[in-house]
Design a binder for this molecule. Structure first.
Ligand SMILES: [Zn+2]
Length: 438
């Protein structure tokens, strides 16, 4: 039932071998809101999609090696404040059923925020042996409040298409308005989540960091999205998108995409695992790589278990995702996509930090200027925190009239490291990150 397509990337590159998992069933929707056809085992097209992208774009492979080297050396020294990722959900529909409701979309955002914060209701299903590994990733999500042009938005686009089904991960029409999909919003500022009728039996796929900006999002089957509306058990708990967003933040499948015990997911605290798990295994689930209890971590979001049987990212996976946030996806830290039109931190005097291809922070030393807008008179505070969360400096704390303000932060007396500046104005709070290197 499965084919394993093995492709050698590069011997230097640590995730050297992947397999492609593919099953033959497909979802067939119609316009009469007929019962959704039961889905079989979970299938994710991420490996296939990224292999194809690398064939088409050799730079992607080079970027992947660079990012992996960066990730390997990242040890997560920061206890940083929360980052909230601006999300745009592109609904691309051929039938009324596929034009999923706002409520269904909101239910998916809620699942992401629960799962990434370890606030999901089913943490009690994590076996005791692994409970200490359950991670709050400090990553949260908002539906975008402003679009790439700076206009107000709901964070949802809706596009009627003549495409009855997008043919799995090799069909890139979904990313282009002119081809029946929707053009991506700037991936440096937004997480683009597409929902459509995805063929090929896939529940979803995502692009790893370092690839084509025009396809750098996740694509998800409309009936494996959120927890209400048109959802299809056993993929009705929003975990398909949790899984795909994990890929977008550079996580691999927990079994390392090979059925043997040699390939790893490059995360130390997830057990080596043979093949993927499907359905809902009972604990402990053992395999050739983990013959003894507690066995394999089938309840990890990056396995293929049913939605109701997944419940954690590990601390190691959180570190890996956080490496993506300070590395290839660092530009998200400066996105104002979550900021409603109104009180607006526009930009900082930190030099242009991120290029399209290699998004690593450039440091400041020792002075940086922070600029923000206040749309109406408010009590405003602008404070600096160090990576441990200690208040380091108060740049302003007073009533301000509407206008644009500039404040210098002179870090001459501070050690190198990551700092956060937090603007509070009335009900509004925004947190941004900057790096001081001397
Ligand atoms: Zn996957």
């Amino acid at each position: 039932m499965k084919n394993h397509l093995k492709t050698a990337f590069n011997s230097v590159f640590l995730f050297a071998f992947f397999s492609l998992l593919f099953t033959g069933h497909s979802y067939v929707g119609d316009e009469n809101n007929s019962p959704v056809v039961p889905q079989k085992d979970r299938t994710c097209g991420t490996v296939e999609f990224n292999e194809l992208q690398m064939q088409q774009n050799p730079e992607f492979k080079i970027n992947r090696e660079r990012i992996e080297e960066f990730t390997k050396n990242y040890t997560n020294p920061e206890s940083r404040l929360l980052i909230t990722i601006p999300v745009v959900v592109h609904v691309v529909f051929n039938t009324a059923q596929q034009n999923i409701s706002d409520a269904q979309i909101l239910s998916q955002i809620a699942v992401l925020n629960q799962d990434f914060a370890r606030l999901n209701a089913d943490t009690n299903q994590t076996p005791a042996v692994w409970k200490p590994l359950g991670a709050n990733t400090q990553i949260q999500f908002c539906l975008a409040q402003r679009d790439p042009n700076g206009n107000p938005t709901t964070g949802i686009t809706r596009t009627s298409t003549s495409v009855t089904a997008f043919n799995g991960s090799s069909d890139q029409r979904i990313f282009f308005t002119a081809q029946g999909g929707h053009d991506i919003w700037d991936r440096d500022k937004y997480l683009n989540i597409y929902t459509c009728n995805l063929g090929g039996g896939l529940l979803g796929y995502a692009q790893f960091p370092g690839g084509n900006p025009q396809t750098d999002g996740t694509v998800n089957l409309f009936s494996a999205f959120g927890t209400v509306g048109v959802v299809n058990p056993p993929y009705d708990k929003g975990r398909t998108v949790t899984h795909e967003v994990g890929h977008w933040f550079n996580l691999f499948h927990i079994w390392g995409d090979e059925p043997d015990c040699n390939q790893d997911d490059l995360v130390a605290d997830t057990p080596l695992q043979g093949p993927e798990n499907v359905g809902c295994p009972n604990f402990p689930q053992v395999d050739a790589c983990q013959p003894n209890s507690p066995g394999v971590m089938f309840m990890n979001y990056m396995d293929y278990s049913n939605d109701a049987c997944m419940n954690l990212f590990t601390l190691g996976q959180s570190v890996r995702m956080n490496a993506a946030i300070v590395g290839p996806r660092a530009s998200l830290l400066l996105s104002n996509g979550c900021v409603p039109i109104g009180i607006t931190p526009i930009s900082t005097g930190i030099p242009a930090q991120y290029s399209l291809e290699q998004n690593y922070p450039n440091p400041f030393n020792p002075v940086t200027n922070i600029r923000f807008d206040v749309a109406k008179s408010s009590n405003v505070s602008l404070k600096i925190y160090d990576a441990a969360g200690n208040e380091t400096a108060v740049l302003v704390n007073q009533d301000l009239n509407a206008g644009t303000y500039n404040y210098d932060f002179n870090a001459a007396n501070y050690p190198s490291g990551v700092y956060f500046y937090v603007l509070t104005a009335g009900e509004f709070t925004a947190t941004k990150k900057m790096v001081l290197i001397k």
